[in-house]
Design a protein around this ligand. Structure first.
Ligand code: FCB
Length: 434
């Protein structure tokens, strides 16, 4: 890597991120069925129909995995808790083995001197709640607050930081409008409701954790820079709407207690009645803001119903995902988020990384990370309070609808033997962080 730890402020935190369903092995340990299990079991949704049944078998190998986190010199580990592992039906009875697992994980992190940074929900909704309408049902905010109390009642005392929901745009728009993630819907009313309820659930969980006396609570948003495909006013308008739907809706809900006008124009008829009354909960004060950043999109108008836009292929170099590499957009996002939404609040890059087919000498990943660390420095030099950065991801893992084909790990996983082998990027980071 081109940077060293000393190039960053002395209290800057370096971390690495994972999520429960992508690594634990969901078929083990008494977890309940989730909408990702049934989505994956339905032909056409996931590459080769793969699921998270075994994933990286992290449930049985977490000690070894946390040794890797410690040995690389990371300060923090961002992980998520599986709702259905803790409460197999989403409500009611608790699976003690599930709670015990997260308790041991928290202890194992503390023993290694690694700060535990939890996300309560990273996409595997218990099937029993999906049957009740899932994110379309307003009651999910209360169910989620109950789950929050159960899991944080057990491990909250050891958490360095907690965020309720990973990437509200993915939970709602990607999964209910585009249909690419579970539950695989393509319905604008379902989408509008999911978008609002995910915000409400975020706020309820923040309130529940405050009642438990917890602090250092935040929100994690995935941002994608929207660039007009050409100079026309139509392209500019389309990019602005993409930005509204993808980025400003969720940041706006939490930090401005309002949704952007251009998004309301299309979505308001489908929002649940009384949505305007919910912003005291949605905007419950948080202590930090997390940004997940991977790419930008070129946006053009399209001759369809609202939102009437599409993305077109761009000229920049691409990762194995086909995502354009644009580190400058990360700087712009950090600066814009602080100026327009979060002010002095600490900002963390809670995910950034790339998929690469290179399983050993992943020089492309080293270059990608280098460029994005420089992009963080650009923002720091403009006094943006960026306080930390988490690489996605520790291990090659279950990359959702793309199955096990796309490898994001600093550490290679052989999915036949479960053998872990650190890649060149792991060693490069270790040296930079020493
Ligand atoms: C993010 C997700 C994470 C992983 C990366 C590549 O949107 O939070 O689980 O899939 O993308």
């Amino acid at each position: 890597m081109k940077f060293k730890r000393s190039d960053f402020p002395s209290d800057f935190l370096f971390g690495v991120a994972t999520s429960a369903y992508q690594i634990e092995g969901h078929a083990q340990g008494g977890a309940g069925s989730t909408h990702w299990d049934t989505f994956a079991a339905t032909p056409g949704n996931v590459v080769r129909g793969e699921n998270g049944d075994l994933a990286c078998d992290h449930l049985n190998r977490f000690e070894q995995d946390l040794d890797l986190v410690r040995d690389a010199g990371f300060d923090c580990y961002r992980f998520s808790t599986s709702w259905a592992r803790v409460m197999p039906e989403g409500r009611g009875p608790v699976n003690q083995a599930g709670l015990d697992f997260y308790d041991r994980l928290a202890d194992a992190l503390m023993e290694r001197g690694i700060r535990p940074c939890a996300t309560l929900y990273h996409w595997e909704l218990p099937s029993a709640l999906a049957d009740l309408g899932g994110w379309r049902n307003r009651d999910i905010a209360g169910w989620f607050a109950d789950f929050t109390e159960v899991i944080m009642g057990r491990i909250g005392d050891r958490m360095y930081s907690v965020a309720p929901i990973n990437e509200p745009w993915c939970v709602s728009w990607l999964s209910h409008f585009e249909g690419h993630h579970a539950p695989g819907l393509r319905d604008i009313r379902a989408t509008a409701r999911a978008m609002h309820h995910v915000m409400l659930a975020h706020g309820r969980a923040i309130q529940a954790m405050r009642s438990l006396g917890m602090s250092n609570l935040g929100g994690v948003f995935n941002l994608e820079w929207a660039e007009p495909a050409d100079d026309s006013p139509e392209a500019r308008k389309a990019a602005d709407l993409y930005d509204g739907i993808y980025n400003r809706f969720f940041l706006g809900g939490v930090f401005k207690r309002a949704y952007p006008e251009n998004v309301l124009k299309g979505l308001e008829p489908y929002l649940p009645s009384g949505w305007q009354e919910d912003f005291d909960v949605i905007g419950a004060p948080v202590d930090w803001c997390g940004l997940n950043y991977y790419t930008r999109k070129l946006i053009a108008p399209a001759d369809t119903a609202w939102p009437g836009l599409t993305d077109v292929p761009g000229p920049l170099p691409k990762t194995q995902m086909g995502w354009e590499i644009d580190p400058a957009a990360l700087s712009r996002f950090l600066i814009r988020t602080a100026r327009e939404y979060t002010g002095d609040l600490p900002i963390y890059v809670t995910e950034n990384g790339m998929a690469s087919p290179e399983r050993k000498q992943d020089d492309d990943r080293i270059a990608y990370l280098d460029q994005h660390f420089s992009a963080v420095q650009v923002a720091l030099n403009q006094d943006v309070p960026v306080r930390g950065y988490f690489v996605w991801s520790l291990l090659d893992n279950y990359e959702w609808a793309l199955g096990y084909e796309k490898r994001f790990g600093l550490v290679d996983v052989d999915f036949d033997t479960m053998k872990r082998t650190p890649k060149a990027s792991y060693f490069a980071l270790k040296e930079a962080l020493a």
